[in-house]
Ligand binder design. Structure first.
Ligand code: ARG
Length: 562
């Protein structure tokens, strides 16, 4: 609900003791700024004629400085104009550097599990959305008063190690590893997996992989050295990519950290009759009473742990260590069923914490023939570093021939484009990665919004030394739409944070950019007289801050120039 609706809401409460959602529409400009059918809605509730209610409201609105003119149309529609000057005063009062923020989450703690890539392979676009969405969730929660702890739940557990050693010995060398790093490890992993698939699970190569895993567990010197070398390479790569994406986490426990706690956690399930052991020794959590026909397997018949075992241990660890109010898992839609089972298991175990799967669709690409499918390269996955390189190339094109634009700005533009496309629509839908649209300076894109922010900042920079004069007489009529839009921001933040829907912020910022374009078309800020210019610059500062606050929620930076 916007500010104007809020005020009408209060008036209605005072007059009729009713709490109703006031719906404002935008009529044709000659009728006014807003229209509402609230008199009709109220009529049913309090048994009065709509027209009589409209008359009472009209009188009340006329007493309020915010409203300029009020007309009743038809059976009880109210059309009215608001005073831009008064709107600007309301905005002035509400505004500060953290405009849009609130403290709804005060005293509450959330743990966010993200971006959680896997160690065995190079960072792929498969973990782009977990990063973007997880970061936005963190920003949104912090902006609304929550305390947030982030944990990178690395996929660093299990067989990759054994496979790496065997593969390294057969297919690779110190030199190759030194020059290609994680990409060599990734290839080794894929090649070795393929060989195992061909030769079977009880082949020599598989046995050797298992032997290495055992050696590592026993602390064998050579195995430990291998493990250290591989893990360092892989982890450094993950951190490099995360740095490029401008994301980070407070903790990085990873599956391997939790794995030793698995046995005890499973025992706890058994002790509490949450899990049962099958004849073959495997352990499952029956979840019929939670609507699942399929139980959750938490231990294999040979005693081995699974992904779910680690998640169980993780859950218990976080409860004990952090006692969070909410745990958010930023993971794709493919794991929806899995997480709903894990959450049901937690409930069965009596865990009260709000567990939330922040899920999202996959990234699609447009093929040359115009068809759409899940993003992939001929080799299988699209590497994140390649994607980032390509984005930088595209960003460089956008600012071609502009020596004043720095490398740092180019990075901000390229990342802004990629991230904004992630928030282009409801996260639950698949997103389409279309290079042309992502960088289109005229469409729903990161660069379009960034450009608009840069333009405001340019004006402010140019007018840095301008001395503001008293502008009390300024009416802000030309700025009315911009002010109205700014006043909506706090509510957009509130809704976006409540529903974990950062696309609403993206849409808001895009609309703000469009509103600003419309504004410049009819208003010349720098060429106006001192009073007008003073008033306008004060508003532009607020616009600039709002771009900054909003884009920051999406993890997008504003370049100095573009
Ligand atoms: N590494 C996993 C994957 O890439 C994601 C882990 C998500 N977090 C968790 N607690 N299961 O699929």
């Amino acid at each position: 609900m916007n500010k104007v609706a809020e005020i009408i809401n209060q008036i209605i409460y005072q007059q009729f003791n009713q709490n109703v959602e006031v719906n404002l529409t935008r009529p044709r400009p000659e009728f006014g700024d807003f229209a509402t059918n609230i008199a009709m809605v109220l009529a049913g509730k309090i048994g009065k004629k709509p027209h009589d209610i409209a008359e009472i409201l009209k009188k009340e609105l006329e007493n309020n400085d915010l409203f300029d003119s009020i007309d009743i149309a038809g059976p009880g529609f109210i059309n009215f104009k608001v005073s831009a000057k008064h709107l600007s005063e309301i905005l002035d009062k509400e505004f500060n550097d953290r405009f849009g923020s609130n403290n709804e989450g005060e005293g509450k703690l959330a743990v966010i599990d993200y971006p959680s890539p896997n160690m065995a392979k190079p960072y792929s676009v498969g973990h782009l959305r977990p990063g973007n969405q997880g970061w936005a969730a963190k920003q949104l929660l912090e902006f609304t008063g929550w305390k947030v702890i982030t944990d990178n739940h690395l996929g660093d557990y299990g067989t990759p190690f054994g496979i790496w050693v065997v593969g390294f010995k057969r297919f690779s060398s110190e030199e190759k590893l030194a020059s290609r790093g994680v990409y060599e490890l990734g290839d080794v992993y894929i090649k070795t997996k393929a060989a195992i698939k061909e030769q079977g699970e009880d082949s020599e190569i598989m046995k050797e992989a298992e032997k290495w895993l055992l050696k590592l567990e026993q602390g064998d010197e050579e195995a430990v050295a291998f493990s250290k070398m591989f893990n360092e390479i892989s982890l450094k790569h993950i951190h490099d990519v995360m740095n490029r994406l401008k994301i980070s986490t407070d903790y990085e426990y990873g599956e391997a950290f939790y794995a030793p706690m698995g046995k005890e956690a499973v025992q706890k399930l058994l002790d509490n009759n949450v899990a049962v052991q099958n004849e073959d020794g495997s352990i499952i959590v029956p979840l019929e009473e939670y609507g699942f026909d399929v139980p959750l397997l938490v231990q294999k018949s040979n005693g081995a742990a699974l992904y779910a075992t680690n998640d169980l241990a993780t859950l218990l660890f976080r409860e004990k260590e952090f006692a969070p109010d909410k745990v958010i898992y930023s993971v794709g839609a493919e794991q929806q069923f899995y997480f709903s089972q894990v959450f049901a298991m937690a409930k069965k175990l009596g865990i009260k914490t709000d567990l939330y799967h922040l899920w999202f669709g996959v990234i699609d690409q447009l093929n040359e023939d115009g068809t759409r499918e899940k993003m992939s390269s001929r080799k299988g996955v699209v590497l994140m570093e390649e994607l980032l390189d390509k984005a930088e190339e595209k960003a460089r094109k956008v600012v071609e021939g502009r020596p004043d634009v720095t490398e740092d700005d180019i990075k901000k533009i390229s990342l802004g484009a990629i991230k904004f496309s992630d928030f282009a629509s409801d996260r639950r839908t698949n997103i389409l990665f279309d290079w042309d649209n992502i960088f289109a300076l005229t469409g729903f894109s990161g660069p379009y919004v960034q450009y608009s922010a840069v333009r405001v900042n340019n004006i402010l920079r140019k007018e840095r030394d301008f001395s503001v004069v008293d502008f009390k007489s300024y009416d802000f009529e030309e700025e009315k739409q911009v002010i109205l839009h700014l006043l909506e921001f706090p509510n957009v933040v509130k809704v976006a944070a409540r529903d974990m829907e950062p696309h609403k912020i993206a849409k808001y910022l895009y609309d703000l950019a469009r509103e600003m374009n419309r504004y410049y078309e009819k208003t010349r800020v720098s060429d106006s007289n001192d009073i007008d210019k003073s008033a306008r610059l004060q508003l532009l500062k607020k616009v600039s801050q709002t771009f900054q606050n909003g884009l920051n929620l999406l993890g997008i930076e504003i370049p100095d120039r573009m």
